[in-house]
Design a protein around this ligand. Structure first.
Ligand SMILES: NC(=O)c1ccc[n+]([C@@H]2O[C@H](COP(=O)([O-])OP(=O)(O)OC[C@H]3O[C@@H](n4cnc5c(N)ncnc54)[C@H](OP(=O)(O)O)[C@@H]3O)[C@@H](O)[C@H]2O)c1
Length: 215
């Protein structure tokens, strides 16, 4: 059995990843979240899923939730994301868990080139600074982390993506589906030895432009 703690488990990417992870009978999931009413309780597999209510900025709650997990997948958000990152790192250290998958955002390293990069920076503003601070906490830790930086997210029912490896590698494309990001997370959980201490941009191929297509 592999035990995976999903932090922010009602998040949109997290819910897609959860469904994919349940396809593997060897996976057990800890669903950590603030608002359990946001989960479709009728779809919970009580044999292999445990819901834990808590806040990712609360050390005791995170530590208790991740205890016994082999891998932590953090699908978090919010203006206090840096504090959440510190809490997750501290709780994982305390529980001697090494493997972390952390969802961040394109643009935190000023790695998006051209007109789209400028537009992205103008639109996202302080969100990028906040998310960068959180990513810095993760990269400064001794965890076996993978930071994933998705392009602008869509709800398209497709898995179609490519990667840019490295924080300083020019980002490609403008969009990617949540389903693609979930698939990448699940691949890493299935092969946890892949992309350790890696910083990965995800985008849909051939979506370069000055803005995402719907703007
Ligand atoms: N939208 C885009 O185009 C885009 C592009 C790149 C990256 N991203 C980022 O990618 C990440 C994942 O995307 P998504 O669509 O899955 O996001 P999402 O649906 O907003 O999920 C984020 C989850 O984080 C949870 N959360 C926030 N603060 C928390 C806390 N203190 N403790 C516990 N849970 C907390 C939220 O739960 P609550 O229901 O309790 O608030 C929510 O379920 C987000 O950080 C997003 O900003 C977005």
């Amino acid at each position: 059995m592999k035990k995976i703690a999903i932090l922010g488990a009602a998040g949109q990417i997290a819910v897609l990843a959860e469904k994919m992870l349940l396809n593997d009978q060897d996976n057990e999931l800890i669903l950590f979240l603030r608002h359990p009413n946001k989960l479709d309780q009728s779809k919970i597999d009580n044999e292999r899923e445990k819901i834990v209510v808590g806040d990712a900025s609360n050390y005791d709650q995170v530590k208790n939730a991740v205890a016994g997990a082999d891998i932590v997948y953090a699908n978090l958000a919010g203006s206090n994301i840096e504090r959440q990152a510190k809490t997750v790192v501290k709780a994982m250290d305390a529980e001697k868990i090494k493997r972390l998958i952390w969802i961040s955002s394109l643009g935190i390293y000023n790695e998006v080139p051209g007109k789209f990069g400028k537009w992205n920076k103008d639109v996202l503003g302080s969100y990028l600074t906040t998310y960068r601070a959180a990513a810095d906490v993760i990269t400064a830790s001794d965890l076996d982390y993978t930071i994933i930086r998705p392009a602008w997210l869509t709800n398209k029912d497709e898995i179609d993506y490519e990667e840019t490896l490295g924080a300083n590698t020019a980002f490609k494309g403008t969009e990617v589906s949540r389903k693609s990001v979930a698939k990448h997370v699940v691949d890493l959980i299935e092969h946890p030895e892949k992309e350790i201490k890696a910083n990965v941009g995800l985008n849909k191929p051939n979506t370069d432009g000055d803005k995402p297509a719907w703007y």
